[in-house]
Design a protein around this ligand. Structure first.
Ligand code: CA
Length: 226
């Protein structure tokens, strides 16, 4: 099996170097760039399997780089690095075509796990489209459809739906939802999560007799795998 080729874009030189060295030791082929401008040259050369992208960079931002890549039909998976608590960055990053995110500071094992998961996803399915029944989520265009009908969802509703669809058939806990969508502790959010899930249900589940999103009492929610 060939090593995944990974580009790491990070302007904090010590962090960049430690990620580069750590991923190399895990057997990945790693390139490093300290700016979006430097990254562009490496991306242009092609053949990358994954990009680890810090959003806050001097000069061109990670978001701008990501948007330009996706506009140019470059669908290389991107793992976003965001500062702790910067929910807006995370939403913008996922909305701009990011595939996953990691909040700094992170444990290195967590980075490796995410990198491997994205690498697997890349090799298993070329398609960035999640499907459950006739519900379709294009994770690149960030567009949700039921059959031919486009469903209008807010960025947070999309984050929640993506979380459920990526884990179809498995229980997604309220903690996972709070952490992913609000970057927060669920205890402060219990009612809000319920209201939010119900609103999403109404949008994707117009037939109330057979709900796609099922409540797992006391734990969280699951979306039917079908
Ligand atoms: Ca930075």
């Amino acid at each position: 099996m060939n090593a995944l080729r990974i580009l790491v874009v990070e302007d904090e030189v010590r962090l960049l170097e430690s990620i580069r060295q750590g991923l190399s030791e895990e057997g990945f082929a790693v390139e490093a760039a300290e700016s979006a401008e430097a990254a562009e040259k490496i991306i242009a050369a092609g053949a990358l399997d994954l990009i680890v992208l810090d959003l806050q960079l001097p000069g061109k931002s990670g978001i701008e780089l990501l948007r330009e890549m996706r506009a140019a039909k470059n669908h290389t998976p991107v793992l976003i690095l965001t500062a702790r608590g910067s929910l807006e960055d995370r939403v913008a990053g996922l909305d701009s075509g990011g595939d996953d995110y990691l909040t700094k500071p992170f444990a290195f094992a967590e980075l490796v796990a995410r990198v491997k998961a994205l690498g697997r996803r890349r090799s298993q399915t070329a398609s960035p489209i999640l499907k459950v029944g006739d519900l379709e989520f294009d994770t690149i265009k960030r567009r949700v459809r039921i059959g031919e009908h486009v469903v209008a969802l807010s960025p947070k509703e999309k984050m929640l739906l993506e979380l459920l669809m990526r884990n179809a058939g498995q229980v997604v806990t309220r903690d996972m939802i709070a952490e992913t969508v609000w970057d927060s502790d669920y205890k402060a959010l219990t009612n809000l999560i319920e209201v939010f899930v119900n609103r999403l249900r109404q949008k994707i589940d117009p037939r109330s007799d057979r709900s796609l999103i099922v409540t797992v009492r006391g734990v969280g929610y699951t979306i039917r795998a079908e």
